[in-house]
Design a protein. Structure first.
Length: 78
């Protein structure tokens, strides 16, 4: 079995910009969520600051579900 191409690998450590993009939010919202504890703090690897993708997944899973009806759900019900 061949090893996957390097470009196909999903990095475990994400930069701030990539972490925000991974979550689908802006960098400024990501910063706010890190400050208020909804997202984990970064790790240091030498001079790099990175966020652990698996910890981001756990934090994302812990966020509350949206309340009320999703207006996009009505489009499929018509």
């Amino acid at each position: 079995m061949r090893a996957p191409a390097e470009s196909a690998l999903i990095p475990r450590g994400l930069s701030r910009v990539d972490a925000a993009r991974y979550l689908g939010i802006s960098g400024s919202l990501f910063d706010q969520m890190v400050r208020d504890g909804r997202m984990p703090p970064p790790k240091r690897i030498n001079s790099r600051t990175v966020w652990d993708r698996l910890r981001l997944d756990d934090a994302f899973d812990s966020l509350p579900e949206a309340e009320g009806e999703n207006p996009w759900d009505r489009l499929g019900a018509a």
